[in-house]
Each structure stands twice: as C-alpha cells, then as structure tokens.
Design a protein around this ligand. Structure first.
Ligand code: PAZ
Length: 312
C-alpha cells in the first residue's frame, strides 16, 4: 500500500472518536472468528445501512443518507438459510434480518400485531398475526441463539471505519471461507474532530457554510492488508446510468478484488449487475415484476456460486 494512503487513513483515525466498548466488541468477534475457523464454517461479513456525519462534538445535527438496510438484511437471511454464519454490521435502528418484517409492517407499526388481553391486562400478540410473527421472529431467535448470527452496530462514519478495519482483521483468519459484503452506504466526506464545533451550532443571519474533508478510500486496505485472502464484494451506487459501468470497472481494476455489484438508485431493488474477474461477462440480475421475493435471493445464489468457484 502506498504510504500516502496509509498516512491519510492514520490521520482519519486520529481525528474521529473511537467507538465506545470497541475493545470488548472486537474481543467477541475474535472468539466468533476462532470458533468459525476451528469448525471450518463459511462466514459472510455484511455491512448494512448508512453512516452519519456529525456536525458537533455534542451532536445535535448530522448528515445522513437514504439507505435503510433492506439489502444487507435480506442478504443476511439468505446466507443464514444456506448455512453460512453471518456477522451483521448495521446502522443503529436500521432493518434487521427476519424481524425487519415486524419492525415495519406495511400498513402500520409493530403495534399492529398486538392486542389487549382483558383477562390478564397484558398485551399479547393478536391471534390473527400468530403465524406471521412466528415466521419472522423464530428464525431470528434461532440464528442468534445458535451463534450463527452475530450483530454489531455503527452510527457515524468514524465508528464504521474503525470496526470495518477491526472486524476484517479478526475475520481474516478464515481466509477464503470469508466473504466480505460491503453494502453499507458510507459517507465520502466528514468533519474531523479538530475542525468540529464543540457545542450546538447557533443560528446565524449569514447562514452556515460547512466544509467537509474526504473520507479515505478503504477497499484497497481490505483487499491488500486487512483480509487479503477473502472473497471481497463491494457495491457501487450511482444515479447516472452512464457512469455506472465505468465506475464499477474502475473499482475492480484499482483494487483487484473479486466482485463489484453495480446498482442505480432508481431501480436498485429490481436490477443489479455483477462485474467480476471470475465471470466472462458482466451478469445482469433482474427481479421479475410479479416476483414477491426480494432480489437479494438471486444475488445470494450467484454470489455463493462465485464463492464456490473461488474456493476450488
Ligand atoms: O440499504 P438499502 O437497501 O436501502 O440500499 C442498499 C444500497 C443501495 C445502499 C446498496 O445496494 C449500495 O449500493 N451500497 C453502496 C453505496 C455506495 O456506493 O455508497
């Protein structure tokens, strides 16, 4: 890795807050990685949801982005069902595998599923929703209790990168059995602590101009330093179709990893394209309009096939 990039990353880490409980959480991940290695488990490390960029040290305001964690959580479900162990690293309060269907009900909130039991004066799951609640809650509980699914969350871009580095390094002992699946929408800009207001920014008649520094690119670090033997998947999101192919190919040639999944904001739930040196041609994956299954099932199927080939 070029020393300039290494220095940039070092200054980034020096100028953001170390996540609370970092050492303890990394210790948990180390134990998970050691057990998975001993038992030769296949593991996928999924990042999901969007990072925030705080404006103040005593944070009142922040920049956010649209990602809600649908892609990451649906992918986690598929891989768990296929026998993979999943480390699910997601934005705090974003969608979670299986229980996402209970967190956000189509017509109402989680309260839709409840009813008042007049005999006990307790609230219980309404009989009408027994099947639905069990179908989503039970697999979630089963995978957590069995240790197949472990979860950790992030909020700011600083927390995200600290853990991205720490988790990748811990899981790297799994070698080729590890897939890194970086689906989170990570901010390209941030405010370093040294330039950040201490307290709530006060209103000013002349308005507010905020200057943001670039966040260092980390794909190269994962590929060359943090988890060099694993199968690395990154996402490329664009809004302009003309740019999508070029940017995806550029990313593959810059970093030399296994897979870029390209998607457009306008239809990312219905269409993605795989660019990979393991494929002869780019692979377009479409969700049929009458298909009620999420596209992540198709993504997962193709990804497992590529992972199988990579392992041979
Ligand atoms: O979380 P979600 O389902 O709402 O969105 C998923 C996504 C579009 C953020 C993901 O597919 C993706 O493209 N992630 C990378 C984003 C980026 O290039 O910054």
């Amino acid at each position: 890795m070029n020393t300039e990039l290494i220095d940039q990353l070092k200054s980034f880490f020096d100028d953001v807050v170390l996540p609370k409980g970092y050492d303890k959480n990394i210790e948990k991940i180390r134990e998970f990685a050691i057990a998975a290695k001993e038992l030769k488990h296949r593991v996928i490390f999924i990042t999901s949801g969007g990072t925030i960029v705080p404006f103040e040290k005593n944070m009142v305001r922040f920049l956010d982005n649209f990602s809600g964690g649908g892609r990451g959580s649906s992918t986690a479900e598929y891989f768990l069902e296929q026998g993979y162990h999943v480390l699910f690293f997601s934005r705090k309060n974003s969608l979670q595998p299986f229980i996402k269907n209970l967190m956000y009900h189509e017509s109402d909130s989680f309260f839709t599923f409840l009813e008042h039991d007049k005999n006990t004066q307790h609230v219980k799951v309404s009989e009408h929703y027994y099947d639905q609640v069990s179908r989503h809650y039970l697999p979630w509980k089963k995978y957590i209790d069995s240790g197949h699914l472990i979860r950790l969350d992030f909020e700011s871009v600083g927390e995200y990168l600290y853990y991205l580095r720490g988790i990748s390094m811990e899981l790297s002992i799994l070698g080729k059995n590890l897939i890194v699946y970086a689906a989170a929408a990570v901010s390209d800009f941030y405010i370093p602590l040294s330039k950040m207001a201490e307290h709530k920014i006060q209103s000013m008649s002349k308005g507010l101009t905020i200057s943001l520094d670039p966040v260092p690119k980390t794909i190269g670090f994962i590929v060359h330093l943090w988890a060099p033997k694993s199968f690395i998947t990154t996402f490329k999101l664009e809004t302009d179709d003309e740019l999508l192919k070029t940017k995806s190919m550029q990313s593959l040639s810059n970093y030399g990893h296994q897979l870029v999944i390209a998607n457009l904001l306008s239809n990312y739930r219905d269409r993605v394209i795989f660019y990979s040196p393991l494929l002869k041609d780019p692979l377009v994956i479409l969700r049929e309009t009458n298909d009620h299954q999420p596209i992540e099932i198709q993504i997962g199927k193709q990804l497992i096939q590529l992972h199988n080939n990579f392992l041979k």
